[in-house]
Design a protein around this ligand. Structure first.
Ligand SMILES: Cc1cc2nc3c(=O)[nH]c(=O)nc-3n(C[C@H](O)[C@H](O)[C@H](O)COP(=O)(O)OP(=O)(O)OC[C@H]3O[C@@H](n4cnc5c(N)ncnc54)[C@H](O)[C@@H]3O)c2cc1C
Length: 422
């Protein structure tokens, strides 16, 4: 059996390891345009902030490929795929044949369609090279502008500030992390960031990146204002790397749709990680779950099945956890949904929101107080009716916002009708 893996991020690496667990003999080849494998984009902002050394980026050591007998083809990009002939063509013109293929080509940052994005000092953050380019400019940097207030933009801002740089975040939507946060969560963090001297503007749009002698010197906003800065970081989302699949016969939408076994529409060809479209366990909609836990889990499931197993991804939920200016933040599911019953609590240093829909837990936001994350997540995965279960159980020092019908008894949340009956 000849296994071929496109991409050397977590989905590709976990896929290769899963294949090896079931098949010690066959050939496994991995292709990547980069010259280094198995580094974590999650850690890149920590490296920029000086919190971890460069070696801390790597989640497997340099002997990994030899130990697992993986043939690496580095510095080589896949450019086309002929599924009928079972052949992948690389940029160099080399063709590689396969029996089973894993597409783990991840995603790339979106670049804004505005004037000035090609100026020196304008960056995105994804690969090791992006961070190297940012670090090379940091000595002369005083003011940095982050376009995009999603999770990655917030992390970059926090870590640049740690380097003593003035940082400003500009977000087009009216709140930070708009797909996940509600207004209260956003305000909580805008306030926290402000107190840490990170300026945030929401509901604003950058019209143009300004330059002088080929280098960025600021941005002009749609409302005409100008913000000065020697660096601009675009953090406005990612797009799956699917161009090389054109004409291959693999079904492609805004990513590669797969079933729960991570198989594409073509038997023997699997996909995992940021490149995929999977069904969200809660909404049932096709989503691009571009997170580390999804990539590693999907890579493992794909690899096992490629090597003759028959397993499925047990659940598929959006899940994010990080720390911002020392405040722990954890979110899961779809807590910004407006349908359903929102249980909210806020107080000094914390904000928590739990969303129930038809009695089931479908999302949560925990900021500053995340100790219940484990239990909430397991309730979400079980998809059981949780009315009557203790949810917001920690001692209450803050204001509570409860939906009609809910109340507290002995510090636990109950559906009033249930406890009044019992
Ligand atoms: C700055 C940053 C911070 C993040 N923080 C978090 C976080 O806190 N929590 C979290 O859950 N997630 C986070 N993520 C997201 C997480 O890193 C990704 O979801 C995860 O890395 C996806 O893994 P992957 O293997 O699918 O793709 P990638 O890690 O993108 O790897 C894909 C690989 O495929 C290669 N490739 C691309 N095109 C081709 C081609 N044509 N031929 C061959 N190879 C190709 C790429 O070079 C790369 O090596 C963060 C991402 C970034 C950029």
């Amino acid at each position: 059996m000849k296994y071929l893996i496109i991409g050397s991020g977590p989905a590709g690496i976990f896929g290769a390891e899963a294949i090896r667990r079931r098949d010690a003999e066959s050939t496994v080849t991995m292709v990547s345009p980069e010259d280094t494998i198995a580094y974590s984009p999650v850690i890149i902002t920590y490296w920029i902030g000086g919190k971890v050394p460069q070696r801390g980026l790597y989640f497997r050591d340099s002997s990994w490929a030899d130990q697992n007998r993986i043939e690496l083809k580095l510095g080589q990009q896949a450019i086309s795929l002929q599924t009928r002939l079972q052949k992948l063509t690389l940029e160099s013109g080399e063709e590689i044949s396969y029996d089973r293929l894993l597409i783990a080509s991840g995603s790339s940052p979106v670049s804004l369609p505005i004037f000035g994005v090609t100026l020196k000092g304008v960056h995105s953050i994804r690969r090791v090279g992006d961070a190297e380019a940012i670090l090379a400019e940091i000595a002369n940097l005083h003011q940095a502008i982050i376009i995009g207030g999603g999770f990655v933009g917030l992390k970059v801002a926090d870590h640049l500030k740690e380097r003593g740089i003035d940082v400003m975040i500009l977000e087009k939507e009216t709140r930070l992390v708009p797909r996940i946060f509600d207004g209260k969560a956003s305000l909580f963090l805008v306030d926290k960031l402000g107190r840490e001297n990170i300026r945030v503007e929401t509901g604003v749009e950058v019209e143009e990146i300004l330059g002088k002698a080929g280098r960025v010197c600021g941005v002009r906003m749609k409302d005409g204002r100008i913000h000065p800065g020697q660096m601009v970081i675009q953090s406005v989302g990612v797009r799956p790397n699917i161009n090389f699949l054109a004409g291959s016969g693999i079904a492609v939408e805004k990513g590669v749709p797969v079933n729960t076994r991570m198989e594409t529409n073509i038997t023997g060809i699997y996909a995992a990680g940021d490149v995929t479209l999977t069904l969200d366990s809660i909404t049932g909609e096709k989503v691009n779950n571009a997170t580390w836990p999804a990539a590693s889990r999907q890579g493992t499931v794909a690899g096992m099945n490629m090597a003759g197993g028959n397993i499925s991804c047990p659940h598929n939920l959006s899940l994010n956890a990080f720390s911002l200016c020392g405040v722990p933040v954890m979110t899961a599911g779809n807590p910004s949904e407006t349908n359903g019953q929102a249980l909210m609590e806020e107080g000094p240093g914390f904000y928590r929101k739990i969303l129930l829909q038809e009695g089931k837990l479908t999302g949560f936001i925990l900021i500053g107080e995340v100790s219940q994350a484990g239990i909430l997540l397991s309730l979400m995965k079980k998809r059981e009716i949780v009315s009557g279960a203790a949810l917001l159980q920690k001692p209450f020092s803050g204001r509570k916002y409860l939906p009609p019908g809910y109340g507290y008894q002995h510090g636990s949340l109950f559906l009033r009708s249930k406890w009044e009956r019992s």
